[in-house]
Design a protein around this ligand. Structure first.
Ligand code: PAF
Length: 284
């Protein structure tokens, strides 16, 4: 496994891979890797000859009052995990390598970036889209892998690749959960044991709504009310919405597939997000 910090070196290493006609898979991360990231790496390894993982805590996607400075970092642990997961290249650039002095060009996502997290984290998806576009241009992979937990991020990135004619397959990989249901996230480490217990309200609310949906309930308000009951345990519910999975606009009742219930909530001072996708099977 190569660990590369400079764009020029990355381009050289990947030129050889491309010459050998190998398929390149890319997993962008902000490090502090967990099982969710490992499932993205595994998906990439299943479909590609070479897997590149980037580790970069992207400052432009954090708001001024967000957790950029305390975002968990452990490069030695990340490196070891990547090595044992069969990653070919870890790209770990400095902030100056990605955003040199005088950097001033950003990607401005459209309507998909406005609801849900977009309403509470102004500029977040602008920062995500910009860094992902830059990383795409540096790595030029055949496919890139993102977790479904960040459903809106996946939608914004997919739209960006279509709108900007970026020839990269975007693969969304199902959310990996702890055995008790909590969605894996680097931010889970902020939770005290008591908060960790209460954070289960999020997945429990989502699962209860998904179960009701599976039993035939198609009224969005009923499903939301059910999820909301569980969510009383969180400290602050930022949003709980049932949206069309393509447009991310409020889904109309009776629901028609695909739709997704999305949550953002604070448990203590930790902001957690999660979602479940609701699909109607076309049997009979
Ligand atoms: O999902 C993340 O970890 C980040 O938003 C990403 C895609 C690596 C961009 O910084």
């Amino acid at each position: 496994m190569q660990v590369i910090t400079k764009v020029a070196e990355l381009r050289r290493a990947l030129a050889d891979v491309r010459k050998a006609d190998k398929r390149i898979g890319f997993v962008p991360t902000m490090g502090y890797l967990h099982e969710g990231h490992l499932s993205l790496i595994s998906a990439s390894r299943g479909h590609c000859d070479v897997t590149v993982v980037s580790i970069f805590v992207n400052p432009t996607q954090f708001g001024p009052s967000e957790d950029l400075s305390r975002y968990p970092r452990d490069f030695a642990r990340d490196e070891a995990l990547c090595r044992s997961a069969g990653v070919s290249i870890v790209f770990a650039p400095s902030a100056e390598e990605i955003y040199p002095a005088q950097f001033e060009t950003f990607i401005e996502p459209g309507e998909l970036a406005k609801p849900l997290c977009g309403g509470f984290r102004p500029g977040h998806f602008r920062g995500v889209a910009t860094v992902v576009c830059k990383l795409f241009s540096m790595v030029q992979p055949d496919a890139a892998y993102f977790g479904q937990k960040d459903f809106q991020q996946c939608a914004v990135i997919r739209r960006m690749t279509v709108d900007l004619d970026i020839p990269i397959e975007i693969v969304t990989v199902p959310t990996v959960r702890e055995p008790d249901g909590l969605a894996m996230s680097s931010r889970n480490r902020y939770l005290s044991p008591e908060e960790r217990g209460r954070s289960l309200a999020i997945s429990r609310g989502l699962f209860a709504a998904a179960k009701k949906f599976a039993s035939g309930e198609r009224e969005a308000s009923m499903l939301i009310a059910l999820a909301r009951k569980h969510l009383e345990k969180v400290d602050r519910l930022q949003y709980l919405e049932l949206v069309d999975a393509e447009t991310l606009r409020s889904a109309e009742s009776p629901l028609r597939s695909p739709a997704v219930i999305c949550v953002a909530a604070y448990v203590g001072s930790t902001r957690l997000i999660d979602n479940v996708v609701l699909t109607i099977s076309r049997t009979r």
